[in-house]
Design a protein around this ligand. Structure first.
Ligand code: CP
Length: 321
């Protein structure tokens, strides 16, 4: 593994999940592999889980970590090439990424989309420039279109809690008051489609009209606008809001009737309910579910340590650091 930005960096999904489960059983079993190498974590947007779980993962491998919240502590970055920087931006990504690459052996980057320009967001300009100019292995800590460490933690969680060989996994859209990125849903779908190809799950997506995700992430999934039909017989329900991809970044409905709660849970096969967090209680997901026995949200967050630890280990090995 040279970088980790999507499922496409994973040659064997089943083997990767098994490795994570092995690491989880003995988190300090590879404490010498990090060799005091430095992991730099660069956040252009807020975080709780990603920041702390990735630091913990690095510590478990014997790495040092440095964190910068670029949005609050760093210079305002310029992304455009051939620009005269006479506006608000102070430092070009060419220099900033190159300098960070001098201090760190591996870099993680969080860079949300602006949700204004679909082409710009889906070209992953910031992530790709960061990879290009830093010159070191890069881990996505959630980019404009994907959140692979989250998706990896989610599939670990599904494997741990599955009670049948090929569980039915449903990704359901949820209401929200703000336009949110498609990244978590794109990424979860991409990982589930791969898992379905490997006969690990049956995967269904349900959302209101005009909330289709980009086809590159969903091809192979069953997609329906009938949420009740999708939930029927589900073993896992993954709850997530996203703004429209086609009418880019827009909220098209208040989502009345789409929130997952205990009444909807009755349609499922006593499904376990997942959400990447942070979650807006009573809006995206019912308090009854979050406070009940079927919620896996804290388990998913816990598994973020082991998804990050497995990826960092692979990057150390793959790049002979
Ligand atoms: N799920 C997740 O990525 O959480 P944070 O945004 O808090 O890192």
């Amino acid at each position: 593994m040279k970088h980790f930005t999507s499922i496409h960096d994973v040659p064997n999904l089943d083997a990767l999940v098994n490795e994570a489960l092995k690491i989880k059983k003995d988190p300090l079993g590879f404490v010498d592999i990090g060799g005091q190498k430095t992991l730099g974590l660069v956040f252009l947007n807020p975080s709780l889980r990603t920041r702390m779980s990735t630091q913990k993962a690095a510590m478990n491998l014997g790495m040092n970590t440095m964190v910068i919240n670029m949005d609050k502590e760093g210079w305002r970055l310029e992304m455009n090439d051939d620009v005269i920087m006479d506006g608000q931006t102070v430092e070009h990504i060419k220099e900033a990424a190159a300098v960070l690459g001098q201090y760190c052996d591996i870099l993680g980057l969080r860079c949300f989309p602006n949700l204004k320009d679909k082409h710009e967001d889906y070209s992953e300009e910031v992530l790709n420039k960061f990879i290009k100019y830093s010159g070191v292995p890069v881990v996505s800590l959630e980019s404009a279109t994907r959140h692979p460490l989250q998706s990896f933690a989610d599939i670990i969680t599904i494997k741990e809690h599955a009670t049948k060989p090929k569980p039915k996994v449903v990704l359901t859209w949820a209401p929200h008051i703000k336009p949110l990125p498609q990244a978590v849903s794109n990424s979860f779908s991409e990982w589930m489609v791969k898992a379905q190809e490997m006969d690990m799950v049956d995967f269904v997506i349900t959302h209101p009209e005009d909330y289709e995700l980009a086809e590159e992430f969903t091809l192979g999934a069953t997609i329906t606008t009938n949420q009740n039909e999708a939930l029927s017989g589900a073993d896992f329900v993954y709850v997530k809001n996203w703004s429209s991809y086609n009418q880019y970044g827009e909220i098209l409905t208040d989502g009345n009737g789409w929130m997952m709660d205990n009444a909807k849970l009755k349609l499922t096969d006593n499904a376990k309910v997942m959400h990447c967090l942070p979650v807006r209680r009573g809006l995206e997901l019912g308090n009854d579910i979050l406070d009940g026995q079927n919620s896996l949200v804290v388990h998913e967050a816990a598994n973020r340590v082991y998804s990050a630890q497995t990826v960092l280990k692979k990057l150390i090995e793959g790049n002979k650091l």
